[in-house]
Design a protein. Structure first.
Length: 174
C-alpha cells in the first residue's frame, strides 16, 4: 500500500475520532482498535495491545497511543499525521465552544450540559476498556491477567502502571 494512501487513511480516521473522544483519548480506544485492526488491518490485536500498554507506561498524555499507531503504520510521517489529525479538530472546537460558552457559564443549562458530559465520558471510557479486554479473551492468559490486574488496582489502590507492566511481562513470557 502506498505511503500517501496510508497517511490519508490515518488522517481521515483520526479526524473523525477526535470528535468522539469525549473525556480524553482513551474514551475512543475501542474505535481506534476497530479501525486499526478490523477496518484497515494495519496491525493485529496483540500489536495494538502492546502499543496501548507502551503508551500507558510512557510519560505524557493519553494521546500517545494515537502517535504510536501512526508511527507503526507509516513511520514518522504517520505519527505526525495521526497526532495532528487527533489534536487539531479538538483544539479548534474547544476554542470555539470556549468563546461561545463563556456567555452562558452562569446559567442552569450550562451546568446541566457540563454535568451530562461526565457520565458520557465515563461510559465511553468503560466501553473502550471492556472492548479492549474482550478482544484478548481468546488468549488463555488474558482473563487471569485482566481480573488479577483489576483486583490489584482496585483492592490495593495501586498505580495501574505496575499492573500494565506485570501484564506485559507475563504475556511476553507466556
Amino acid at each position: 500500500m502506498s505511503q500517501s494512501l496510508l497517511l490519508w487513511q490515518l488522517c481521515t480516521t483520526f479526524l473523525k475520532m477526535s470528535l468522539i473522544a469525549i473525556g480524553g483519548s482513551d474514551a475512543a480506544l475501542s474505535a481506534y482498535q476497530s479501525a486499526a485492526v478490523d477496518q484497515y488491518h494495519w496491525m493485529s490485536n496483540e500489536t495494538f495491545s502492546q502499543l496501548y500498554a507502551t503508551a500507558q507506561l510512557a510519560p505524557g498524555p493519553n494521546l500517545t497511543v494515537v502517535t504510536l499507531i501512526g508511527w507503526n503504520v507509516a513511520g514518522i510521517w504517520g505519527a505526525i499525521v495521526a497526532t495532528l489529525s487527533m489534536l487539531l479538530p479538538d483544539c479548534l472546537l474547544a476554542y470555539i465552544v470556549g468563546k461561545w460558552a463563556n456567555r452562558f457559564i452562569d446559567t442552569p443549562q450550562y451546568r446541566l450540559v457540563q454535568s451530562a458530559l461526565v457520565p458520557l465520558a465515563i461510559g465511553l471510557f468503560l466501553a473502550s476498556g471492556l472492548n479492549l479486554a474482550s478482544r484478548q479473551l481468546g488468549n488463555s492468559i488474558a482473563l487471569p491477567l485482566i481480573v488479577g490486574g483489576a483486583a490489584y488496582i482496585y483492592c490495593l489502590k495501586a498505580n495501574p502502571v505496575w499492573a500494565l507492566l506485570a501484564g506485559t511481562l507475563i504475556s511476553a513470557m507466556w
